[in-house]
Design a protein around this ligand. Structure first.
Ligand code: AR6
Length: 170
């Protein structure tokens, strides 16, 4: 069984090879987990992000972690939820896959994700959680070089959705 864990915590405090940032297409910072990651990493992160010239929804780009305990930050703009008829589910799947591809290419063995798109982008948690754990599990089966992936949930309600999705996978 792929090594996926669901924890309650602050992703900016995790000493892993890569943390994922639920960014926007500018990659120039914002609120939520994006703001927290930029604050914790320091201004060098924004300076590197400026050299990346943004990112499309569903794709991902990687930077160093600077003052974070994590070695790398993988930035991915998730889809804004517009009701489900605009390819939102496939775009969210693509976020998780793109981040894991970059992690594997950069030799990351441990990767932590936040709950992409379920904050200000309003993707329903009951749909986002099974997409996240299903996509991660499928990737890990093909890429055993990634040893462990965690979903780092910021509140108990979010964690409950991911716990259930993982249980239903097993
Ligand atoms: N650690 C882990 N999870 C966190 C943290 C943290 N420190 N802080 C918040 N979360 P959101 P989105 C959770 O809104 O929906 C930004 O402005 C939060 O509780 O951060 O993808 C970007 O620049 C929620 O469960 O991301 C974009 O413009 C989850 O992270 C936009 O928000 C995602 O919430 C992206 O929206």
């Amino acid at each position: 069984m792929p090594n996926i864990e669901i924890i309650l915590g602050d992703i900016t405090r995790q000493a892993v090879d890569a943390i994922v940032n639920a960014a926007n297409c500018s990659l120039l910072g914002g609120g939520g987990v994006d703001g927290a990651i930029h604050r914790a990493a320091g201004p060098e992160l924004l300076a590197e992000c400026r050299t990346l010239h943004g990112c499309e929804t569903g794709k991902a780009k990687i930077t160093k972690g600077y003052r974070l305990p994590a070695k790398y930050v993988i930035h991915t703009p998730g889809p804004v939820w517009h009701g489900g008829g605009y390819g939102e589910e496939e775009l969210l799947r693509s976020c998780y896959r793109s981040c894991l591809e970059l992690a594997a290419e950069n030799g990351c063995e441990t990767v932590d994700f936040p709950s992409i798109s379920t904050g200000v982008y309003h993707f329903p948690l009951e749909k986002a959680a099974p997409i996240a754990v299903g996509t991660i599990a499928a990737f890990l089966r093909e890429h055993p070089e990634i040893r462990r992936v965690r979903m780092v949930c910021f509140d108990g309600r979010t964690k409950a959705f991911y716990d259930r999705a993982l249980e239903e996978l097993r």
